[in-house]
Write a protein that binds this ligand. Structure first.
Ligand code: AMP
Length: 200
């Protein structure tokens, strides 16, 4: 069976609280942006939550690819789709869900700067201490020695499907897969979610 990552399932309430922490810090610095650039796909929901709290009307997307499937890095981060709209002369907040290697947010902020934004800041809901890139705003820090794969509510079914398929190698049934994920990944999933993820 493939190695299973340690996982932490997070909730919508936690997402709301990360957004609140970041929005308060942005306001405290007096840097409410004109445009939020959200990384596809992890930054979309956090970006929208921040736009709501900060009263930002304009959102632009940028696509980076790095981690192929759940907890399996696929080499270096790459910018695969450029900015969906102009940012020249704008003050911009670039948003992602987590900085792990930090490569994605580093590349995205560079792209925004090169596109002529007048001020560029960045935010991540979660920041892992070993990241090469330190965002201006973070919702919560995970210490470098406590790496975990974070199952975000906006990526829940995709992560569960991948984890279930990793855990079932060897012909286990849904009950056994559930037990393996509880023991090895620390994820306690409802049985019907495991069963649903095993459906073709
Ligand atoms: P990075 O390694 O900082 O370039 O991360 C790129 C993207 O991969 C993030 O935006 C997340 O969507 C995803 N990702 C990386 N590490 C994790 C993790 N530990 N838990 C959940 N998602 C992750």
């Amino acid at each position: 069976m493939a190695d299973l990552p340690k996982c932490r399932r997070t909730s919508w309430a936690e997402a709301d609280s990360w957004a609140e922490t970041i929005a308060q810090a942005v306001r405290a610095r007096g840097h409410v942006p004109e445009t939020i650039v959200a990384l596809t796909r992890g930054g979309w929901v956090p970006g929208r939550l921040l736009a709501d709290r900060l009263g930002v009307k304009r959102m632009v997307s940028i696509r980076l690819q790095h981690w192929g499937v759940t907890a399996q890095p696929s080499g270096k981060a790459e910018l695969t789709e450029g900015l969906s709209g102009p940012v020249r002369g704008q003050s911009v907040l670039v948003v992602d869900d987590i900085t792990d290697t930090g490569e994605s947010l580093a590349l995205a902020t560079n792209a925004v700067r090169e596109a002529g934004a007048s001020r560029v800041e960045s935010a991540a809901c979660l920041h892992i201490g070993h990241s090469k890139f330190l965002p201006d705003y973070i919702g919560e820090e995970i210490p470098r020695d406590a790496w975990v794969w974070v199952v975000f509510p906006w990526n829940y079914w995709e992560d569960v499907r991948h984890l279930v398929h990793q855990a079932m190698a060897g012909g286990l049934d849904a009950d056994q897969v559930r037990a393996v994920l509880r023991e090895r990944s620390g994820l306690d999933l409802p049985l019907d979610h495991v069963a649903r993820s095993l459906e073709p």
